[in-house]
Ligand binder design. Sequence first.
Ligand code: FE2
Length: 247
Amino acid sequence: METNKNRRNFLKSAAVLGAVALSNPLEIFAGTNESAKSLAELKPVNGKYELPPLGYAYSALEPHIDAKTMEIHHTKHHQAYINKLNEALDKEVQLKNVPLDYMLRNLNSMPDTVKNVIRNHGGGHWNHTFFWSILKTGTKPSAQMSNLIQNSFGNMENFKKEFEKAGLGLFGSGWVWVVNQMGTLKIITTSNQDNTIMENAEVKAKPILGCDVWEHAYYLKYQNKRADYLAAFWNVLNWDQVEANLR
Ligand SMILES: [Fe+2]
């Protein structure tokens, strides 16, 4: 009974909002950068979500993140989120053409049969696609980015310290995000595969960067030393993309 009610509510809200969402599925990432393109493409192709290419070699982030970790993370972990999401959506065909971004932003309206799968595995797909896009060696924050960080955290050193502290303090698996709220940057942590665009997010805002602090992201190289992984993360952060994500 409840499921039918939820389904009716979802279909009603989808009918009202879906046309807008489908015509402009990822307005927050509107732009011309590659990240915007890959995230905007986060919808099924022939009814199935597909693993997006990294756009760089698994070894590109060595020695800070090793090639084996990247390969397993991408081809096994990320792929597994996609597989589970596809499996669940096979039973809810009306969702096949709804962009993932829309489903995450409207989680409460999703059918009970797939709500948790969309949250956990859809979240996993969105988060990892976003994560790959903000990794690259050799970039530096621009003057504009540095000013924003200075205004929000006092200075770069303090920002990094606060970010690493948040990542280290997160119990279990999850993510550390930086979001832009009306021109002020904030550090947010989420558990599991939650993120800051989800309907029930404590702070709902678009992320400009995020770090995966699940053990699968670092265990091969860093074992239990999450602090070392977080410290190394700055060497592979694509500041150009972070800045592009502000737009
Ligand atoms: Fe991960």
